[in-house]
Ligand binder design. Structure first.
Ligand SMILES: Nc1ncnc2c1ncn2[C@@H]1O[C@H](COP(=O)(O)OP(=O)(O)O)[C@@H](O)[C@H]1O
Ligand SMILES: [Mg+2]
Length: 293
């Protein structure tokens, strides 16, 4: 009898008062969002915030991706995702910030060569900033790539010891290869971790070529897009028909690269599709919008 009563009491729904917070109080506790420059020409002005001036709502550029956001960069292979996160890494490191770069596909030694090249193209002396970059080599270590708790413990260690505030993962797809049903769980774990440690993060995810270009659907389905704070989509198109030649204003045979911010819940952003360019020194640049409307 007594036991039954206890069980009933145990199961009775409870009000969890700590779970309730008024808007004003929550806002007071919220960190101030500012722009984090990316080192990618033309990208920083595309994120903005709004201000009220003379009773009018005006748009104000944030000057970078929103701080403390976790942004997913997705696209098929060869669309410029790695170049983008390398530019971001060099930019932050050159401002004296510590960046953790988790490499999942390419061994760290090769990534360092690539970062060195990116720095040179950006006019930065790599030897002056190299120790601001903490490489975590999950490509060479299966115990990191295939064990998320190990990876997060290692990242936590790096964040604490090097005072890391920016994290790059190239790519998260490599963390759930052949295990796509786990994509949601993996991405959710990474996201929660990055939030807990106050990181501003860029995650790279790969699209299979079968996925429609310029949509956010990455390998692992929509798992990534729904969890992260924002998504950037990159695409590459070979002009093969008169129709696409006309749409893009480029001759057949040309390669057109496209860029779009697919969504960001941390701040406002430009919603247009832009031409993107990879310069001959290997730097990604955002160009003109496809339509000027
Ligand atoms: N130094 C360079 N000069 C010219 N183009 C480059 C240079 N480095 C990279 N690229 C171009 O960028 C492309 C892919 O960039 P990358 O960021 O590696 O793509 P992803 O990570 O999306 O697969 C390369 O295949 C090449 O076409
Ligand atoms: Mg890549």
């Amino acid at each position: 009898m007594e036991r039954q009563k206890n069980e009933q009491e145990y199961q009775r729904p409870q009000v969890i008062e700590e779970g309730i917070i008024l808007g004003g109080e929550a806002l007071k506790k919220a960190p101030k969002v500012y722009g984090v420059p990316t080192g990618i020409e033309g990208l920083d002005p595309l994120f903005y915030t709004t201000e009220i001036k003379d009773k009018k709502v005006i748009r104000k550029s944030l000057g970078g991706i929103p701080s403390l956001s976790v942004i997913n960069i997705t696209g098929a292979s060869d669309t410029g995702k790695t170049l983008m996160v390398e530019q971001f890494t060099i930019k932050q490191a050159s401002e004296g910030k510590k960046v953790a770069f988790i490499t999942v596909e390419t061994p760290a030694t090769f990534v360092s060569l690539s970062l060195n090249e990116r720095a040179r193209a950006m006019g930065v002396n790599f030897s002056e900033i190299e120790d601001n970059i903490v490489l975590i080599d999950a490509a060479s270590h299966t115990s990191l790539r295939e064990n998320i708790p190990n990876l997060l413990a290692t990242l936590a260690y790096a964040i604490k010891n090097f005072e890391v505030r920016f994290t790059v993962i190239d790519s998260i797809t490599g963390l759930y290869e052949h295990r796509e049903m786990l994509a949601r769980t993996v991405v959710r774990q990474l996201f929660n971790f990055l939030k807990k440690w106050y990181q501003t993060a860029l995650l790279v995810s790969q699209k299979r070529s079968g996925h429609e270009e310029l949509t956010a659907e990455a390998a692992g389905g929509y798992a990534v897009g729904h969890i992260v704070d924002g998504t950037i989509v990159l695409a590459k198109e070979l002009i093969m028909s008169q129709y696409t030649a006309k749409v893009f204003g480029r001759p057949p045979g040309d390669i057109v690269r496209l860029f779009r911010i697919d969504g960001c819940r941390m701040c406002g952003h430009d919603t247009r599709t832009f031409f993107m360019e990879i310069t001959d020194t290997g730097l990604v640049k955002i160009g003109q919008p496809l339509s000027s409307k």
